[in-house]
Design a protein around this ligand. Structure first.
Ligand code: UD1
Ligand code: CA
Length: 417
């Protein structure tokens, strides 16, 4: 634990540019609120204390937070400097480094923040910025440097003149401060800008003018620095995060045939030598075993467990279901609320009718069963071990082991399968 580091996360804004009722930081990237990624990063840094500044929908976000994080409410959203001031109220006895993170910068990686913290402490700086060189810097605060090329200020896009707008080096928003220097500078920040806000970024000019030590390091991969203000940036961030997730799976031994059309949620698990074909969606809390084949056009929804050597073919939706080893479900089927055994073969167009209009019911299909094409299994229902259903049958009664059921509604035949 780094007792002398406190993390402040700014997340009070509504996110006007999102045009949404949902607070910006709760918008999802690969099925997870963007704030969750910032919280992961924070936890990985092991700070002595973490304070998050919330405002818009304070209660709704606060109750989702882990208990070790202190939330503070910013009453009026008067800007990032005002937000940091509110956070400092919860850091009264703390001395050391205050690391400011923005809740809308979810792609940031631990390695970059570690570098920043190291540079900041080794050089005993008052403020250290994480900057990025962007070809299209629009929307970001620009880094101004003096004739010795030392950082002298940050100018916000709205305040920048044409010359300053040409500057490609931007503020990522991630800044390390010496707490005492930060407090002193915050007192001097005035809302004398177009937005009439207290800008945290103004502290840099203030510190520079006081002769304090301000420096910055450039982030290696600018993708990490994307701040999400609009749905366009949300989609961009989603793409980058998806790529990271897909790459992680590929590195662990999963084949992803087309990385651009494979959508795997954060937190899903896939075993070695499984192959994921294009246009497949795998939601969170899905676990897939080894040597499976999934897709193309498959949708695996939350709570699905797939054992080893399973084939899930095209146009398959699996929802809250367990699929046993070596089972085949190869062509357009819906399997929901089901427990399917090992070596089961499910024919094309099979549907588990799991919802009766009021509640969901379970379908159980035992090992080695053979489900004929176009079978409707009206849950709750059980298909016995080694049993068979005829093509087009509608199963409303349990089928004993090794028996055959056919028709609409299905009759169980006397003879063995
Ligand atoms: C900010 C920086 C800009 C930087 C960019 C990087 C300022 C003034 N500008 O601009 O230099 O290049 O981020 O992405 O800091 N927030 C609060 N309370 C407030 C206002 C904002 O908590 O009163 C939070 C927001 O919820 C958000 C973060 O602070 O998570 C940044 O605010 P935002 O309005 O997105 O700032 P930008 O215009 O992106
Ligand atoms: Ca932003």
């Amino acid at each position: 634990m780094h007792k002398n580091i406190a993390v402040v996360i700014l997340a009070a804004g509504k996110g006007e540019r999102m045009k949404s009722e949902t607070p910006k930081v709760m918008h999802k990237i690969c099925s997870r609120p963007m704030l969750a990624y910032v919280l992961d990063l924070t936890r990985s840094l092991k700070p002595g204390k973490t304070v998050i500044v919330l405002g818009y929908q304070y209660e709704a976000i606060r109750k989702e937070l882990p208990p070790d994080i202190t939330a503070v409410r910013q009453r009026r959203l008067q800007g990032t400097a005002d937000a940091v001031k509110d956070a400092l109220l919860k850091l009264k006895g703390f001395k050391g480094t205050v690391l400011v993170l923005y809740g809308d910068t979810p792609l940031l990686k631990k390695e970059s923040v570690d570098k920043l913290l190291k540079y900041h402490t080794e050089n005993k700086l008052d403020a250290t910025l994480l900057t990025a060189r962007m070809n299209k810097p629009k929307g970001y605060g620009r880094i101004l440097r003096d004739k010795y090329s030392s950082i002298s200020a940050i100018v916000e896009e709205k305040e920048a003149d044409d010359f300053e707008k040409e500057i490609k080096e931007v503020n990522t928003g991630i800044i390390c401060f010496n707490k005492a220097s930060l407090e002193a500078a915050l007192k001097k920040v005035r809302p004398d800008n177009r937005k009439k806000e207290y800008y945290l970024t103004d502290t840099i000019k203030i510190l520079y003018q006081q002769g304090k030590l301000v420096d910055g390091i450039k982030i290696a991969d600018i993708h990490e620095a994307i701040g999400i203000n609009s749905r366009l940036e949300l989609a961009r961030a989603n793409l980058i995060m998806q790529q990271r997730i897909n790459e992680k799976f590929m590195r662990s031994g999963v084949t992803i045939v087309d990385i651009c059309s494979t959508f795997i949620s954060y937190g899903a698990e896939i075993g070695r030598d499984s192959v994921i074909y294009p246009f497949t969606v795998i939601e969170r809390d899905v676990r897939i075993g080894k040597r499976c084949s999934v897709g193309p056009f498959a949708h695996l929804r939350e709570g699905t467990r797939v054992s080893d050597d399973v084939t899930l073919g095209n146009f398959i939706e699996i929802n809250r279901a367990d699929i046993g080893a070596k089972t085949f479900i190869k062509h357009f089927s819906y399997i929901g609320d089901a427990v399917v055994g090992a070596r089961v073969n499910i024919g094309a167009g099979t549907v588990t009718a799991n919802f009766d209009g009021r509640s969901k019911h379970t379908t159980v299909i035992k090992d080695n069963a053979l489900i004929g094409s176009d079978t409707i299994l009206v849950a709750p229902v059980k298909v016995g071990r080694g049993a068979l259903t005829g093509a087009g049958s509608v199963i409303i009664k349990n089928i004993p082991d090794n028996k055959k059921a056919v028709g609409v509604p299905a009759r169980i035949l006397k003879e063995k399968r």
